[in-house]
Design a protein around this ligand. Structure first.
Ligand code: ZN
Length: 476
């Protein structure tokens, strides 16, 4: 199957990869998707990598219901306003019209904080460091598999603290440790961390922190967010505690999430014209072996030589599969595993066997080289580690090559259009300038510095004194 070229039609390329690599497909209700086993196996590995770090940083998992009384959602004004356009509501159930409509969670701050009101009375009850793995529903008018779907899978962390500083530190720990480490170390994807401008904040948050990754079409993907919520939800749901000083105060909050959208980011950041390129840390199959033979004798010899090699690879912790399907020729198999992004392909036929060799193909470099069959299980883990590093290095080099510092507004507009990427430019902090850039170029501010420092210079849009260095990009 020939894929559209990335450089010619990136969206068509993306769709063809998602379909061809059997990751997911649209389902019957608009915007919903079926995640197929290969796509789900990738998500499971991301999920496990995030979950491990959530637990390492002292959090516990729990579970709240899918259904939320609609009255509850209305209590935090900004929150309900922000989510109103995308909320799905159940008005009928059990064969009857419901007296009070029920909302299908678009996120769970409301039900969780209504419950925290019962769990928090004293500073001794704090902090609460909880996370849940769940599905949420946000009605999506322009769906795209993994990137924007009406129902998606995610984790949402919801923490409660004694002080503002603690809640802010929590939001930072999640972003800088849990999320960045997962995305950079496991997904091999470099991210820029930063604060969001007021227009891009989560509804109800005081500050939204986010990580942004650059896709190969030059557009940014928000890969995860971590919010400092101040006391907004505690006030809306009356969550007060008796402090160490004997005074009553509202609890301070954070919330944070990453979703199946990360799978879309993985595809668009590493994929090439031949398909997916999976980082070994997340690849469901790290090594695929394609035996090559014409006669039964050749088949027997090749198979015999492979049996101990496969056992040794498995024992070394390598996720290996032998593609011994009789109905497909080797060339077909090569294309299929290439499309599916398997990091290493091993080919072995009678000629290789005679030399005691196996041909190793690296998906990241698209290079073949013979390696000794002897000691294969000791050799492969090092190659996998090298591929993991190479994919990160390539993504980082791409991002650096696509990060620009224009000296005029005209130049900024031109760069957003061609070639696209992260555009660093000074900003005065005024929403009007942000809106103008958006109207002119569709680019938005993706990140402001996590730790704001004074800047000298003028806003690239209006020429007034600037307050911050902003990173702009067109985004998914
Ligand atoms: Zn300005």
């Amino acid at each position: 199957m020939a894929l559209p070229k990335q450089s010619e039609d990136f969206p068509a390329w993306y769709q063809a990869v998602v379909k061809g690599a059997e990751l997911a497909e649209p389902s019957l209700v608009r915007g919903t998707m079926v995640i197929r086993p290969y796509g789900f196996a990738i998500w499971e590995r991301i999920q496990q990598a995030v979950d491990r770090r959530i637990k390492e940083t002292g959090h516990e998992n729990l579970y709240f219901p899918l259904l939320i009384p609609s009255k509850l959602l209305e209590k935090e004004a900004e929150h309900v306003e922000g989510f109103a356009p995308e909320v799905a509501v159940v008005t009928q159930a059990g064969g009857e019209k419901l007296e009070e409509p029920i909302v299908i969670r678009p996120t769970s701050e409301t039900i969780i904080w209504a419950t925290y009101a019962k769990w928090i009375q004293s500073y001794r009850d704090l902090p609460l460091l909880y996370n849940q793995w769940a599905n949420v529903v946000r009605w999506e008018l322009r769906p795209r598999l993994f990137l924007r779907t009406t129902e998606f899978l995610w984790q949402e962390g919801h923490t409660a603290h004694e002080t503002a500083e603690e809640a802010m530190a929590e939001a930072r720990t999640i972003l800088e440790r849990v999320y960045r480490e997962t995305v950079e170390d496991d997904m091999a994807l470099p991210v820029r961390l930063g604060r969001k401008s007021a227009s891009q904040r989560f509804p109800g948050a005081v500050e939204t922190l986010a990580m942004e990754a650059l896709m190969r079409d030059g557009r940014a993907l928000q890969a995860g967010t971590s919010h400092y919520l101040g006391q907004n939800f505690a006030k809306a749901y009356d969550v007060k505690f008796l402090g160490r000083d004997g005074k009553e105060d509202y609890a301070w909050a954070s919330s944070w999430g990453v979703s199946t959208r990360l799978v879309g980011g993985l595809i668009m950041a590493h994929g090439d014209d031949a398909g997916l390129r999976l980082p070994p840390a997340l690849a469901p199959i790290q090594v695929v072996i394609v035996p090559i033979y014409r006669t039964d004798e050749e088949k027997a010899a090749v198979t015999e030589s492979l049996t101990p090699a496969v056992a040794a690879l498995k024992a070394a912790g390598v996720r290996v599969r032998t593609d011994d399907r009789e109905e497909h020729r080797p060339g077909y198999k090569f294309n299929e595993w290439e499309l599916k992004g398997v990091p290493i392909r091993l080919e072995i036929g009678p000629k290789d066997l005679a030399k005691g060799e196996i041909v190793l193909y690296r998906r990241d470099l698209r290079q073949k080289s013979p390696v000794p069959l002897e000691g294969l299980a000791e050799y492969i883990p090092g190659v996998l580690a090298g591929i993991q590093d190479e994919l990160f290095a390539q993504a980082l080099a791409f991002r650096e090559g696509r990060t620009f510092r224009p000296s005029s507004y005209e130049e900024l507009k031109a760069l957003v259009k061609d070639p696209g990427g992260f555009i660093e430019a000074l900003w005065c902090g005024r929403p009007s300038c942000e809106e103008r850039v958006k109207a002119d170029t569709k680019a938005t501010i993706r990140a402001l510095p996590l730790d704001p420092a004074p800047v000298q210079g003028l806003c690239i849009v209006c020429g007034e004194p600037a307050t911050e260095l902003a990173v702009w990009a067109q985004a998914y």
